[in-house]
Every structure is written in structure tokens, then in C-alpha cells.
Design a protein around this ligand. Structure first.
Ligand SMILES: [Zn+2]
Length: 160
């Protein structure tokens, strides 16, 4: 006489069939469905070929039943709404990533332009401050401006 076991799905005691001593699920149809489902799941996770075949079978099935998803979406507004919300979220995230990227490139561009302007301005100011009359004029009338100009001209490295 075989020991009785507890079904892995419903938890009820059952007697394994003598041919299948390691049986884990009772014969109830729901529990047998559960057994097949968990077997498929394990198989799908461990066997890439099986996964491939499943995907192919699914595509073939969709080809034979092109109206299924249309009909499903039509009759399941919640599913449709959830799909739409998920799509919206994906779009939002993509837009955010794009904007972030654009911001970075904008900063890089304007920074490049600023550095160029500064280099040109410094060259121009250096020339200007070689003119003794200009320096004398600024010293008398705009000493703060002269100090600023000198600071800019003396700035050795722009990377600092
Ligand atoms: Zn069961």
C-alpha cells in the first residue's frame, strides 16, 4: 500500500498512483492543470529551445487568430486602459531621457561658445591694455573696470 501524500496545489491528502510514486499533485483537474503550468514555467526558465518554441507557437497562434487581441482589447477596457497607461509612462520616460540629453548637449554647446568668447575677449583686452593712454584713462575714470580687465587678461587657464 502506497503512503498517502499532500497535494502540492490544494494541500489535500491523496494516494500517488503506483506507476508514479513521486507524484506531487492529486488527480483533481485543477491540480493537474497547476502541475502542467508549473512544469511549463520551470521548463521555460531552464530551456531556451523550449522558450523559443513557445514564442513561435504563440506567434503562429496569433497568425491563425488575428482578431483575438483586437476582440480582447475591445471587451477588456481595464486591460486597454492599463496598456495605455504603461505606454504613456514609457513615452514620458523616453521624453525625460531625451530632454536630459539635450540639456547636457546645450550646456556643452553654450560652454564651448562661452569659452571661445572669453578667449577672444581676453585677446582683445590684452591688446587694449597695451595702450598706455587707455590704461591711464581707465585708471582715472573707471578703476574697477581696469581691475576687472586686468584680472581677465591675467587668467592663465580657462579650465580653472
Ligand atoms: Zn490537489
Amino acid at each position: 500500500m502506497m503512503e498517502s501524500k499532500r497535494c502540492a496545489a490544494c494541500g489535500q491528502a491523496f494516494r500517488p498512483r503506483p506507476q508514479v510514486p513521486q507524484q506531487c499533485y492529486c488527480p483533481a483537474p485543477a491540480c493537474q492543470r497547476e502541475r502542467r503550468r508549473s512544469w511549463q514555467l520551470a521548463k521555460r526558465q531552464s530551456d531556451p529551445d523550449y522558450h523559443d518554441n513557445q514564442a513561435r507557437a504563440q506567434r503562429a497562434w496569433h497568425k491563425r487568430n488575428p482578431d483575438f487581441w483586437r476582440e480582447y482589447r475591445r471587451t477588456h477596457p481595464q486591460y486597454r486602459e492599463r496598456n495605455r497607461a504603461q505606454q504613456r509612462e514609457r513615452n514620458d520616460r523616453r521624453r525625460e531621457r531625451l530632454i536630459a540629453k539635450m540639456d547636457v548637449s546645450m550646456v556643452e554647446q553654450t560652454n564651448g561658445q562661452d569659452v571661445l568668447n572669453l578667449v577672444l575677449a581676453r585677446g582683445y583686452l590684452a591688446k587694449l591694455l597695451e595702450n598706455k593712454q587707455v590704461v591711464r584713462y581707465l585708471k582715472q575714470r573707471q578703476p574697477e573696470v581696469l581691475a576687472e580687465f586686468e584680472t581677465i587678461v591675467q587668467t592663465v587657464s580657462l579650465e580653472q
